[in-house]
Design a protein around this ligand. Structure first.
Ligand SMILES: Nc1ncnc2c1ncn2[C@@H]1O[C@H](COP(=O)(O)OP(=O)(O)O)[C@@H](O)[C@H]1O
Ligand SMILES: [Mg+2]
Length: 391
């Protein structure tokens, strides 16, 4: 089955699409990556989204507009992925959508909202679409996140030691082999917020960590940031930009005088490195397989390697999945599991009462024909180069 996975994370920098051929083989699911395409949100939509996200508020009219426009933007990327990566032969689209709100109170998730109306994707591609992955896990008592943990476990099973999958998106999350998985705190979210607040450079992020590289860590700021109680909470736990946004940084900076943006960025890189490294140690990690846009920031990666001395940090590319595309591949796998009637969650990761078959399915042009007899749940994921060879 040829599946396109669509993802846009908390950074809402771009919609990433990855296509894969997925075939069961005994107790394995074989994934042949076909590549990725990525498209940035246009400036107007990005600005509308930024204004609507917490701590901002918005009307239901705006929610409707965003749901529609994000759905259309996802649809355009899906069409491109089908054309450029799949020779128009994709069977299914799995769309994460754009998280706009993750309702957490007293450490429990009560609801979650991903926008990007799948009808637009089904209409544009003609393909059935699995979307709305997270709410079912919340209905089953879970946090609705992290959802990549099943993928990570299947993928890293069999590696020696305690391999930990780490994704450095806006928020950072990790998965350990026993299924422990949680958001460690900010990945790039506060770094991006600092860049935006400082008005430095043309990009919405610190490209290649160039500014952070020129800064010095401010111990007072670091101490204040590390005092955030979230870091000490036991897993399972999830967080988002509801907590780690510009206001969080502003509060930590108040009364410290005017710090150069470079110093703020160096300190924030250290905050991510330190909280991630603590989390890796907490789960006894002996190796880190890293993905997400944060891997493109060499200052962050250097600090992480320093804090994790003795624990190698490898990009997911080394295991056959480009770090920018890993999450989109993970959602392609989740969509595959759903249409085969197979659960997509690890209760130990999300805290749910039981595993769940995730998502809502929108029929394609030819209605909805689910595979007649599904395979059994895979024990492992094997990433195999489509041109031969494997990892
Ligand atoms: N070349 C780069 N240099 C530094 N940071 C980068 C670079 N490319 C991406 N990033 C960081 O990665 C973030 C996006 O990562 P991504 O994995 O897409 O996160 P999300 O899943 O939250 O969308 C950007 O907002 C930025 O902070
Ligand atoms: Mg992104």
């Amino acid at each position: 089955m040829r599946v396109i996975g669509l993802m846009s994370g908390t950074s809402y920098d771009a919609i990433d699409a990855a296509a894969a051929d997925l075939e069961p083989a005994g107790d394995r699911l074989v994934l042949k990556p076909l590549g990725m395409v990525s498209e940035r949100y246009d400036d107007e939509l990005r600005a509308a989204l930024a204004a609507a996200l917490p701590p901002g508020t918005c009307s239901l009219a705006e929610v409707c507009r965003l749901d529609t426009r994000i759905g259309q933007a996802f649809a355009a990327v899906a069409v491109r992925a089908d054309r450029e990566l799949c020779e128009h032969r994709a069977d299914l689209v799995a769309s994460h959508g754009q998280t706009v709100y993750h309702w957490v109170e007293s450490g429990r998730a009560h609801g979650t909202l991903q926008l990007g109306q799948p009808a637009w994707i089904a209409e544009a591609t003609g393909l059935p679409v699995v979307a709305d992955f997270r709410p079912r896990d919340i209905a089953a008592g879970g946090q609705g996140a992290p959802l990549v943990s099943l993928f990570d476990r299947l993928w890293l099973r069999g590696r020696p030691g305690t391999p930990v999958a780490l994704n450095l998106g806006g928020i950072a999350n990790l998965t350990a082999p026993d299924g422990t998985a949680f958001d460690t705190g900010p990945g790039c979210a506060l770094l991006d917020a600092a860049v935006r607040e400082s008005g430095c450079g043309g990009l919405p992020y610190d490209a290649e960590g160039a500014l952070a590289a020129r800064g010095t860590i401010d111990p007072r700021l670091l101490r204040r940031l590390l005092a955030e109680p979230y870091y000490a909470l036991p897993p399972p736990k999830t967080t988002g930009k509801e907590l780690f946004h510009a206001g969080h940084l502003r509060r930590a900076l108040s009364g410290l005088g005017t710090l150069p943006a470079e110093d703020v960025l160096a300190t924030l890189a250290r905050l991510t490195a330190e909280t991630v490294a603590d989390a890796v140690r907490r789960v006894g990690g002996t190796e880190v397989i890293a993905s997400g846009g944060g891997t493109r920031n060499p200052v962050l990666m250097r600090m992480l390697r320093e804090r994790l001395a003795g624990v190698p940090v490898r990009p997911s590319d080394a295991l056959g999945l480009p770090s920018a595309a890993k999450e989109a591949y993970a959602f392609a796998v989740l969509g595959f599991l759903t249409v085969h009637g197979l659960p997509g969650t690890v209760p130990a990761s999300t805290g749910a009462r039981h595993p769940s078959v995730l998502g809502s399915v929108t029929p394609g042009r030819n209605g909805l024909r689910l595979p007649p007899t599904g395979p059994s749940a895979p024990e492992r994921l094997e990433v195999r180069d489509p041109r031969g060879g494997g990892t």
